[in-house]
Design a protein around this ligand. Structure first.
Ligand SMILES: *Cc1c(COP(=O)(O)O)cnc(C)c1O
Length: 307
């Protein structure tokens, strides 16, 4: 069977190159059929679980991981249950249900939804983690294979970090293509900075709360593997405000006619705001991680509030 993800477009952004005075390349993971890069890793993991005899997939993500699990289940003919907290938007629930998955709402926060999800697991069920699974990283790494195949070799890769699955996947991809000298800029919003905090403090910090509206970056703790990479891979941490992330979403919508979540706007804002961390690089590749849950109305109301 063909993979569940698609090969995504990669091209130089004329507007971003003009604005920054550098060459800026975009890898459009926003074009994945589930709306984000997550289908690469979750698709590969679900295919493997299905080979191992999975009769049901269970997820506790009300965001793009839940949507990707639902998408994978529909294509593999495996039923999917996604347990989400009460805070999950109607839009996100609708996207999950449109993929044929069952949505169960439980609890005020992700912790409670996750607890119920784990308690539901029966022997032939597989839990689909949003970011902390070597299969997921291996799947995400395919986006780097595509970059390498395209012949574009950037001086640096800019990406967003939530729980660190995307980061681990990109580093795995860089290493398996002998590109381990390409550094990574890991962007988080200030209210969801579990990775940067961990690097600064020297241990894996658990945030007491997420205060960013980039909800797809809202993991309270980064995965162990991402923390390990911070000690042996050239990674620069970058924190941006919600305001910068939203403003980047707006500029991106007008420059490239694509709507992305603030989680993705965070990475784009590094270029839109010409951050000092990019100064020494001439050729920059941004992973446009996408995100399916932001509507036009939502984006406009955020802009009125912040920008
Ligand atoms: C999940 C997600 C992220 C963060 O990915 P991690 O693997 O959790 O670090 C960033 N952007 C979007 C749109 C996402 O869905």
């Amino acid at each position: 069977m063909a993979s569940l993800h698609i090969k995504t477009p990669l091209f130089e952004s004329r507007p971003l190159s003009l604005q920054s005075g550098k060459r800026v390349w975009l890898k459009f993971e926003s074009m994945q059929p589930s709306g984000s890069f997550k289908i690469r890793g979750i698709g590969l993991a679900c295919e493997e679980y299905s080979r191992r005899g999975a009769r049901r997939f269970i997820s506790s993500s009300g965001g793009n991981a839940g949507i990707a699990a639902a998408y994978a289940g529909r294509h593999l003919g495996v039923p999917v249950v996604v347990v989400v907290p009460e805070t999950t938007s109607d839009r996100a629930k609708e996207l999950i249900e449109n993929e044929g998955a069952e949505v169960v709402v439980n609890g005020a926060s992700w912790q409670e939804a996750n607890k119920l999800a784990l308690s539901m697991l029966e022997e032939t069920d597989f839990f689909v983690h949003p970011f902390d699974d070597p299969l997921i990283w291996r799947g995400h790494a395919s986006m780097v294979d595509e970059i390498v195949e395209s012949g574009v070799r950037p001086d640096v890769i800019v990406l967003s970090v939530g729980g660190g699955g995307l980061l681990c996947g990109v580093i795995e991809g860089l290493r398996r293509n002998d590109w381990a000298d390409v550094p990574v800029i890991a962007v988080e919003t200030e209210g969801a900075a579990c990775f940067a905090q961990s690097v600064y403090q020297g241990y894996r910090v658990e945030l007491s709360a997420i205060t960013s509206l980039a909800t797809s970056l809202g993991a309270r703790q980064v995965c162990e593997q991402a923390f390990k990479w911070s000690k042996k891979y050239p990674i620069t941490n970058l924190l941006v405000s919600d305001k910068s992330a939203i403003s980047a979403c707006e500029s991106f919508a007008s420059d490239h006619r694509v709507i992305v979540e603030p989680a993705c706007g965070a990475a784009l804002s590094a270029v839109y705001e010409s951050v000092a961390e990019l100064r020494s690089f001439d050729s920059i590749l941004v992973i446009v991680c996408g995100g399916a849950t932001t509507t036009i109305d939502q984006m406009q109301s955020w802009s009125r509030e912040f920008v």
